[in-house]
Design a protein around this ligand. Structure first.
Ligand SMILES: [Zn+2]
Length: 338
Protein backbone atom coordinates (compact mmCIF):
# COMPACT_ATOMS: atom_id res chain seq x y z
CA UNK A 1 0.00 0.00 0.00
CA UNK A 2 0.98 3.63 -0.25
CA UNK A 3 1.16 5.78 2.89
CA UNK A 4 2.57 9.02 4.25
CA UNK A 5 6.25 9.21 5.20
CA UNK A 6 8.14 12.31 6.31
CA UNK A 7 11.76 12.08 5.11
CA UNK A 8 13.06 15.51 6.08
CA UNK A 9 11.60 18.91 6.96
CA UNK A 10 9.24 19.88 4.16
CA UNK A 11 9.68 16.51 2.43
CA UNK A 12 6.52 14.48 2.96
CA UNK A 13 5.88 11.65 0.49
CA UNK A 14 3.03 9.30 -0.35
CA UNK A 15 4.99 6.16 -1.10
CA UNK A 16 5.08 2.36 -0.92
CA UNK A 17 5.28 0.95 2.60
CA UNK A 18 4.69 -2.50 4.07
CA UNK A 19 1.04 -3.33 4.87
CA UNK A 20 0.42 -3.26 8.63
CA UNK A 21 0.26 -6.65 10.32
CA UNK A 22 -0.73 -7.98 13.71
CA UNK A 23 2.52 -7.91 15.69
CA UNK A 24 1.13 -8.50 19.18
CA UNK A 25 -1.99 -10.42 20.33
CA UNK A 26 -3.43 -7.11 21.60
CA UNK A 27 -3.29 -5.41 18.16
CA UNK A 28 -6.06 -4.68 15.68
CA UNK A 29 -5.81 -3.72 12.02
CA UNK A 30 -8.29 -1.16 10.73
CA UNK A 31 -9.25 0.11 7.29
CA UNK A 32 -9.49 3.87 7.66
CA UNK A 33 -12.69 5.69 6.74
CA UNK A 34 -10.75 8.95 6.70
CA UNK A 35 -7.67 10.46 8.30
CA UNK A 36 -6.22 13.91 8.71
CA UNK A 37 -3.24 16.13 9.42
CA UNK A 38 -2.63 17.42 12.95
CA UNK A 39 -1.14 20.76 13.93
CA UNK A 40 1.48 18.74 15.83
CA UNK A 41 2.53 17.07 12.54
CA UNK A 42 3.76 20.50 11.52
CA UNK A 43 6.49 20.55 14.19
CA UNK A 44 8.63 17.88 12.44
CA UNK A 45 7.45 19.10 9.00
CA UNK A 46 8.88 22.52 9.87
CA UNK A 47 12.11 21.04 11.23
CA UNK A 48 11.29 22.13 14.78
CA UNK A 49 11.42 18.58 16.10
CA UNK A 50 14.39 16.25 15.44
CA UNK A 51 13.86 13.56 12.81
CA UNK A 52 16.37 10.70 13.00
CA UNK A 53 14.79 8.47 10.40
CA UNK A 54 11.84 8.57 7.97
CA UNK A 55 8.68 8.92 10.04
CA UNK A 56 5.34 7.21 9.27
CA UNK A 57 2.87 10.00 9.85
CA UNK A 58 -0.68 10.13 11.16
CA UNK A 59 -2.29 9.53 14.55
CA UNK A 60 -5.97 10.48 14.03
CA UNK A 61 -8.19 7.71 12.76
CA UNK A 62 -11.53 6.00 12.57
CA UNK A 63 -12.63 3.10 10.43
CA UNK A 64 -13.55 -0.54 10.22
CA UNK A 65 -11.77 -3.36 12.02
CA UNK A 66 -10.52 -5.96 9.56
CA UNK A 67 -8.41 -8.18 11.81
CA UNK A 68 -7.71 -8.57 15.53
CA UNK A 69 -5.00 -10.33 17.54
CA UNK A 70 -5.79 -13.42 19.60
CA UNK A 71 -6.09 -11.50 22.90
CA UNK A 72 -8.51 -8.83 21.66
CA UNK A 73 -12.01 -9.27 23.12
CA UNK A 74 -13.86 -5.94 22.94
CA UNK A 75 -13.81 -5.26 19.20
CA UNK A 76 -14.23 -7.59 16.24
CA UNK A 77 -13.84 -7.44 12.47
CA UNK A 78 -16.59 -5.50 10.73
CA UNK A 79 -17.16 -3.02 13.56
CA UNK A 80 -16.69 0.70 13.02
CA UNK A 81 -14.28 2.04 15.62
CA UNK A 82 -12.82 5.32 16.79
CA UNK A 83 -9.63 5.43 18.85
CA UNK A 84 -7.52 7.92 20.73
CA UNK A 85 -4.18 9.14 19.38
CA UNK A 86 -2.72 7.83 22.64
CA UNK A 87 -2.83 4.06 22.95
CA UNK A 88 -3.68 2.79 26.41
CA UNK A 89 -4.73 -0.41 28.17
CA UNK A 90 -7.56 1.41 30.00
CA UNK A 91 -7.03 -0.84 33.04
CA UNK A 92 -3.89 0.38 34.86
CA UNK A 93 -4.18 2.79 37.84
CA UNK A 94 -3.58 5.91 35.72
CA UNK A 95 -6.18 4.83 33.18
CA UNK A 96 -8.67 4.18 35.97
CA UNK A 97 -8.05 7.70 37.26
CA UNK A 98 -8.95 8.98 33.80
CA UNK A 99 -5.41 9.74 32.67
CA UNK A 100 -5.16 7.19 29.87
CA UNK A 101 -2.57 9.42 28.22
CA UNK A 102 -0.21 8.51 31.07
CA UNK A 103 -1.03 4.79 30.85
CA UNK A 104 1.67 2.48 32.19
CA UNK A 105 1.69 0.89 28.73
CA UNK A 106 1.31 4.16 26.83
CA UNK A 107 2.27 4.32 23.17
CA UNK A 108 1.49 6.97 20.60
CA UNK A 109 -0.36 6.12 17.41
CA UNK A 110 1.63 6.39 14.18
CA UNK A 111 1.11 5.51 10.55
CA UNK A 112 -2.55 6.52 10.30
CA UNK A 113 -2.21 8.75 7.22
CA UNK A 114 -2.67 5.53 5.29
CA UNK A 115 -5.45 3.27 3.98
CA UNK A 116 -4.77 0.67 6.71
CA UNK A 117 -3.25 0.99 10.18
CA UNK A 118 -2.22 -1.14 13.12
CA UNK A 119 -3.75 -0.13 16.45
CA UNK A 120 -1.85 -1.57 19.44
CA UNK A 121 -3.72 -2.09 22.74
CA UNK A 122 -6.96 -2.34 20.78
CA UNK A 123 -9.17 -3.31 23.74
CA UNK A 124 -8.19 -0.29 25.78
CA UNK A 125 -7.92 2.19 22.94
CA UNK A 126 -10.80 1.59 20.55
CA UNK A 127 -14.48 2.28 21.04
CA UNK A 128 -16.85 0.45 18.67
CA UNK A 129 -20.07 2.01 17.44
CA UNK A 130 -23.29 -0.01 17.54
CA UNK A 131 -23.70 0.30 13.78
CA UNK A 132 -22.09 1.80 10.69
CA UNK A 133 -22.28 5.61 10.88
CA UNK A 134 -23.77 7.84 8.20
CA UNK A 135 -21.10 9.08 5.80
CA UNK A 136 -21.65 12.71 6.70
CA UNK A 137 -20.66 11.95 10.32
CA UNK A 138 -17.20 10.62 9.42
CA UNK A 139 -15.39 13.99 9.76
CA UNK A 140 -16.89 14.55 13.22
CA UNK A 141 -16.09 11.01 14.35
CA UNK A 142 -12.53 11.48 13.11
CA UNK A 143 -12.30 14.74 15.07
CA UNK A 144 -13.01 12.85 18.32
CA UNK A 145 -9.73 10.93 17.90
CA UNK A 146 -7.56 13.90 18.74
CA UNK A 147 -8.51 17.46 17.84
CA UNK A 148 -11.89 17.52 19.61
CA UNK A 149 -10.66 15.29 22.44
CA UNK A 150 -7.70 17.60 22.98
CA UNK A 151 -9.79 20.78 22.90
CA UNK A 152 -12.19 19.11 25.33
CA UNK A 153 -9.35 18.20 27.67
CA UNK A 154 -8.07 21.78 27.56
CA UNK A 155 -11.48 22.97 28.79
CA UNK A 156 -11.75 20.15 31.34
CA UNK A 157 -8.23 20.81 32.68
CA UNK A 158 -9.04 24.54 32.84
CA UNK A 159 -12.05 23.61 35.02
CA UNK A 160 -14.66 25.29 32.83
CA UNK A 161 -17.96 25.43 34.72
CA UNK A 162 -21.45 26.67 33.91
CA UNK A 163 -21.21 30.47 34.00
CA UNK A 164 -17.41 30.60 33.61
CA UNK A 165 -15.50 33.25 31.73
CA UNK A 166 -13.07 31.48 29.40
CA UNK A 167 -10.20 32.73 27.25
CA UNK A 168 -8.79 30.57 24.45
CA UNK A 169 -5.21 31.20 23.36
CA UNK A 170 -4.60 29.81 19.87
CA UNK A 171 -6.92 29.77 16.87
CA UNK A 172 -5.72 26.51 15.39
CA UNK A 173 -8.10 23.58 15.13
CA UNK A 174 -7.58 22.59 18.78
CA UNK A 175 -8.32 26.13 20.03
CA UNK A 176 -11.48 26.21 17.96
CA UNK A 177 -12.52 22.84 19.41
CA UNK A 178 -11.75 24.29 22.85
CA UNK A 179 -14.37 26.95 22.15
CA UNK A 180 -16.90 24.23 21.27
CA UNK A 181 -16.01 22.34 24.48
CA UNK A 182 -16.30 25.43 26.70
CA UNK A 183 -19.71 26.16 25.19
CA UNK A 184 -20.88 22.58 25.86
CA UNK A 185 -19.64 22.86 29.45
CA UNK A 186 -21.82 25.92 29.98
CA UNK A 187 -19.32 28.78 29.84
CA UNK A 188 -21.11 32.12 29.79
CA UNK A 189 -18.39 34.13 28.11
CA UNK A 190 -15.85 32.66 25.69
CA UNK A 191 -13.12 34.98 24.43
CA UNK A 192 -11.27 33.62 21.40
CA UNK A 193 -7.87 35.14 20.69
CA UNK A 194 -7.46 35.19 16.92
CA UNK A 195 -6.48 37.56 14.16
CA UNK A 196 -7.69 35.50 11.20
CA UNK A 197 -11.16 36.15 9.83
CA UNK A 198 -12.03 32.56 8.84
CA UNK A 199 -10.91 31.24 12.24
CA UNK A 200 -12.78 33.98 14.09
CA UNK A 201 -15.94 33.11 12.15
CA UNK A 202 -15.68 29.43 13.03
CA UNK A 203 -14.98 30.25 16.70
CA UNK A 204 -18.07 32.49 16.77
CA UNK A 205 -20.12 29.72 15.18
CA UNK A 206 -18.96 27.29 17.87
CA UNK A 207 -19.90 29.66 20.70
CA UNK A 208 -17.26 32.37 21.14
CA UNK A 209 -18.81 35.57 22.50
CA UNK A 210 -15.82 37.90 22.02
CA UNK A 211 -12.80 38.05 19.74
CA UNK A 212 -9.47 39.53 20.81
CA UNK A 213 -7.01 40.16 18.01
CA UNK A 214 -4.12 41.39 20.16
CA UNK A 215 -1.55 38.95 21.47
CA UNK A 216 1.25 38.97 24.07
CA UNK A 217 1.09 41.77 26.65
CA UNK A 218 -1.50 43.65 24.60
CA UNK A 219 -3.69 40.56 24.43
CA UNK A 220 -3.43 40.12 28.20
CA UNK A 221 -4.36 43.78 28.74
CA UNK A 222 -7.40 43.34 26.50
CA UNK A 223 -8.57 40.25 28.43
CA UNK A 224 -8.18 42.14 31.70
CA UNK A 225 -10.24 44.98 30.27
CA UNK A 226 -12.98 42.59 29.12
CA UNK A 227 -13.14 40.87 32.52
CA UNK A 228 -13.40 43.97 34.72
CA UNK A 229 -9.62 43.84 35.39
CA UNK A 230 -10.00 40.45 37.09
CA UNK A 231 -8.83 37.92 34.47
CA UNK A 232 -10.54 34.83 33.08
CA UNK A 233 -11.69 31.95 35.30
CA UNK A 234 -10.35 29.45 32.78
CA UNK A 235 -7.77 29.75 30.03
CA UNK A 236 -7.14 27.18 27.31
CA UNK A 237 -3.57 27.24 25.98
CA UNK A 238 -3.59 25.61 22.55
CA UNK A 239 -0.29 26.67 20.95
CA UNK A 240 2.79 25.59 22.92
CA UNK A 241 5.20 28.51 22.53
CA UNK A 242 6.83 30.47 25.35
CA UNK A 243 4.80 33.55 24.42
CA UNK A 244 1.46 31.72 24.27
CA UNK A 245 2.06 29.94 27.58
CA UNK A 246 2.90 33.17 29.39
CA UNK A 247 -0.04 34.86 27.71
CA UNK A 248 -2.36 32.08 28.93
CA UNK A 249 -1.12 32.22 32.52
CA UNK A 250 -1.30 36.03 32.58
CA UNK A 251 -4.89 36.01 31.23
CA UNK A 252 -6.20 33.90 34.13
CA UNK A 253 -7.32 35.45 37.39
CA UNK A 254 -5.54 34.42 40.61
CA UNK A 255 -7.04 31.07 41.58
CA UNK A 256 -8.06 30.52 37.97
CA UNK A 257 -7.02 27.54 35.88
CA UNK A 258 -5.01 27.02 32.73
CA UNK A 259 -5.46 23.89 30.63
CA UNK A 260 -2.41 23.65 28.38
CA UNK A 261 -2.46 21.26 25.45
CA UNK A 262 -0.09 22.86 22.94
CA UNK A 263 3.02 20.65 22.80
CA UNK A 264 5.64 22.92 24.47
CA UNK A 265 8.49 24.12 22.30
CA UNK A 266 10.91 26.38 24.17
CA UNK A 267 8.56 27.14 27.07
CA UNK A 268 10.40 28.25 30.22
CA UNK A 269 8.52 29.14 33.40
CA UNK A 270 10.33 30.69 36.36
CA UNK A 271 9.60 29.42 39.87
CA UNK A 272 8.94 32.84 41.38
CA UNK A 273 6.64 33.74 38.47
CA UNK A 274 4.55 30.60 39.08
CA UNK A 275 4.63 31.13 42.85
CA UNK A 276 3.20 34.64 42.71
CA UNK A 277 0.83 33.93 39.83
CA UNK A 278 -1.15 31.58 42.10
CA UNK A 279 -3.01 29.69 39.36
CA UNK A 280 -3.88 26.07 38.59
CA UNK A 281 -1.95 24.45 35.76
CA UNK A 282 -2.86 21.12 34.20
CA UNK A 283 -1.95 19.99 30.73
CA UNK A 284 -0.24 17.32 28.70
CA UNK A 285 -1.31 14.89 26.01
CA UNK A 286 -5.09 14.64 26.24
CA UNK A 287 -6.63 11.54 27.85
CA UNK A 288 -9.07 11.41 24.94
CA UNK A 289 -10.16 7.88 25.86
CA UNK A 290 -11.82 9.27 29.02
CA UNK A 291 -14.02 11.60 27.00
CA UNK A 292 -14.72 9.35 24.02
CA UNK A 293 -18.03 7.75 25.05
CA UNK A 294 -19.53 11.19 25.80
CA UNK A 295 -18.08 12.84 22.69
CA UNK A 296 -19.24 9.99 20.42
CA UNK A 297 -22.74 10.33 21.89
CA UNK A 298 -22.75 14.07 21.17
CA UNK A 299 -21.62 13.46 17.58
CA UNK A 300 -23.95 10.52 16.84
CA UNK A 301 -26.94 12.41 18.23
CA UNK A 302 -25.88 15.42 16.11
CA UNK A 303 -25.70 17.76 19.10
CA UNK A 304 -22.25 18.93 17.98
CA UNK A 305 -20.60 19.16 14.56
CA UNK A 306 -16.85 19.29 15.18
CA UNK A 307 -16.20 18.04 11.63
CA UNK A 308 -16.67 21.60 10.37
CA UNK A 309 -13.13 22.29 11.59
CA UNK A 310 -11.89 20.52 8.44
CA UNK A 311 -11.88 23.32 5.90
CA UNK A 312 -9.85 21.41 3.32
CA UNK A 313 -10.53 17.90 2.07
CA UNK A 314 -8.04 16.13 -0.19
CA UNK A 315 -7.53 12.60 -1.44
CA UNK A 316 -4.89 10.84 0.67
CA UNK A 317 -2.47 10.76 -2.27
CA UNK A 318 -2.34 14.59 -2.14
CA UNK A 319 -1.22 14.55 1.50
CA UNK A 320 1.86 16.71 0.75
CA UNK A 321 -0.39 19.55 -0.44
CA UNK A 322 -2.39 19.13 2.78
CA UNK A 323 0.76 19.71 4.85
CA UNK A 324 1.72 22.77 2.79
CA UNK A 325 -1.78 24.25 3.09
CA UNK A 326 -1.68 23.97 6.88
CA UNK A 327 1.93 25.11 7.13
CA UNK A 328 1.07 28.25 5.15
CA UNK A 329 -2.13 28.69 7.20
CA UNK A 330 -4.26 28.43 4.07
CA UNK A 331 -6.18 25.64 5.83
CA UNK A 332 -7.18 25.23 9.47
CA UNK A 333 -7.16 21.43 9.23
CA UNK A 334 -6.93 19.01 6.34
CA UNK A 335 -9.10 15.92 6.06
CA UNK A 336 -7.63 13.14 3.91
CA UNK A 337 -10.08 10.95 2.04
CA UNK A 338 -8.94 7.34 1.89
ZN1 LIG B 1 -3.29 2.16 31.48
Amino acid sequence: MKATVLHAPGDVRFEDVAEPQILKPTDAIIRLAATCICGSDLWPFRGLQPLDEPMHMGHEYCGTVIEVGSAVTSVRPGQFVVGSFVLSDNTCPHCRHGFQSSCEQREFMTGAQAPYARVPLADGTLVALDSQPDDDLIPSLLAVSDVLGTGWYAADAARVQPGSTVAVVGDGAVGIMGVLAAKQMGAERIIAMSRHKSRQDLALEYGATDIVTERGAEGVARIRELTGHVGADSVLECVGTDESMHQAIDCARPGGSIGFVGVPHGVELAGDYLFFAQKNLLGGPAPVRRFMPHLLDLVLSRKINPGKVFDLSLPLEDVAEGYRAMDERRAIKTLLRV
